[in-house]
Design a protein around this ligand. Structure first.
Ligand code: SOE
Length: 395
């Protein structure tokens, strides 16, 4: 395929130049990304503003309705046609994992910048091919980013700053859990998220990928090894699409694993869709030699910080309300105390990518970061399969 240089930013008569976005996929993540693209220019002063050029999906009527609802200028039914459009500078991939690699590589080879939903791919091989395509494209000035949106929760961005500043000292443990409950019901219907050929893995790739990325991002270092257990508790489910009452679930419902980071710090992870009562509960805690940090997505404007260098009789976890103008992203939003939510992470993601493209600066997480997460996920599956480190309790 021919390599074209990225389109120069198109300058409107007045104000910042425009970058056209073309989005593939239009379900839950497509709606979340649409919110991000639509809102970002109204909140942040940007060196380039997005234009919602076109959205793409296979069902003509459904994608047209989505375009109207979310303010996309055009609707396409073929992703190749979307990539070929002159008014598309950024291709935003919100499809299930089985199409990420093909779309991302084609978009990069066509000279577009790419934002791809997590996990980057369904396999390490696909993620590697995508990373190589992104590296070739970067020499032509194109950027490729993975949508690990939780990095853009202000409290978590701020936690990263505190760790990098040494406020908790040398890291000892990370404890991370992402729990949902939408599969507790044994007759909850089959979806693509429960099919290995579509989604790659189950709770592991969907939820565990966020945990692995966050742990590595917050710690500023990578996992070097894991030991894992996975389980599929409900192996057959009704499939409304085929009419089958016993469609096979081919992914994990839950994944538990431990890991070691490069520094020697230890980490534990739990990803499950079977935790009754937990809707979208992502908790992460870091313990260091000088203190600890704890975060809970259900209270996402808060960060708990314990400074262990303070006198013991006054020390203890205190709640930082992360809504001050000096906190990451917040200056552009509301006065202190007027908190943000889930959807704002997609606005921040759009802001960071547009800024990086327009100013020619790097962006994270890169496809190489996504590949590293994919390697960890593969190691988890390998460990769980071999049950390598699992010791049976003697009878
Ligand atoms: C799955 O239920 C899911 O939608 C994930 O795919 C998202 O990445 C997560 O943010 C919320 O839960």
């Amino acid at each position: 395929m021919e390599h074209s240089a990225p389109t120069p930013l198109r300058a409107p008569a007045i104000g910042a130049p425009t970058l056209g976005v073309g989005m593939v996929g239009y379900a839950f993540m497509g709606a979340a990304h649409s919110q991000g693209w639509r809102t970002v220019g109204r909140v942040f002063d940007l060196p380039a503003r997005p234009a919602l050029a076109a959205v793409c999906g296979r069902d003509r009527d459904a994608v047209r309705a989505m375009a109207d609802r979310h303010g996309w200028a055009a609707a396409e039914t073929d992703w190749r046609a979307l990539i070929a459009r002159d008014d598309v500078d950024i291709v935003d991939i919100c499809t299930p994992g089985d199409s990420h690699a093909e779309i991302a590589v084609a978009a990069l080879e066509a000279g577009k910048h790419v934002l791809c939903e997590k996990p980057l791919a369904n396999t390490v091989e696909e993620a590697r091919a995508m990373t190589e395509a992104a590296q070739r494209a970067s020499s032509r000035g194109q950027l490729a980013m993975v949508g690990f949106n939780y990095r853009r929760v202000p409290a978590l961005s701020y936690a990263r700053t505190l760790v990098a500043e040494g406020r908790i000292g040398a890291l000892r443990h990370i404890r991370a859990a992402y729990r949902q409950d939408w599969l507790v019901d044994p007759v909850a219907p089959m979806t693509w998220r429960l099919q290995r050929d579509r989604a790659g893995s189950g709770a592991l790739g969907d939820l565990g990928a966020h945990l692995v990325d966050l742990a590595q991002y917050l710690a500023g270092e990578e996992l070097t090894g894991v030991s894992a257990l996975t389980e599929t508790f409900v192996r057959h489910r009704p499939d409304p699409e085929t009419g089958s009452r016993r469609a096979e679930v081919t992914v994990d419902d839950a994944a538990l694993f431990t890991g070691r980071l490069a520094s020697g710090a230890l980490a534990s992870f739990e990803a499950t869709r079977m935790a009754a009562g937990r809707k979208n509960s992502l908790r992460i805690e870091l313990n260091g030699e000088k203190g600890s940090l704890a975060f809970d997505l259900e209270r996402l404007n808060e960060l708990a910080f314990h400074d262990h260098t303070e006198p013991a009789h006054t020390a203890g976890f205190r709640r930082i309300l992360v809504t001050e103008p000096g906190h990451p992203y917040l200056k552009a939003w509301w006065p202190p105390g007027h908190g943000l939510g889930y959807e704002h992470t997609f606005v921040h993601q759009a802001r960071d990518l547009l800024t990086a493209i327009a100013t020619g600066t790097p962006v994270a997480p890169t496809f190489a970061d996504g590949l590293q997460v994919q390697r960890v996920l593969a190691a988890v599956e390998e460990s769980a399969e071999k049950n390598a480190a699992y010791t049976s309790v003697p009878l």
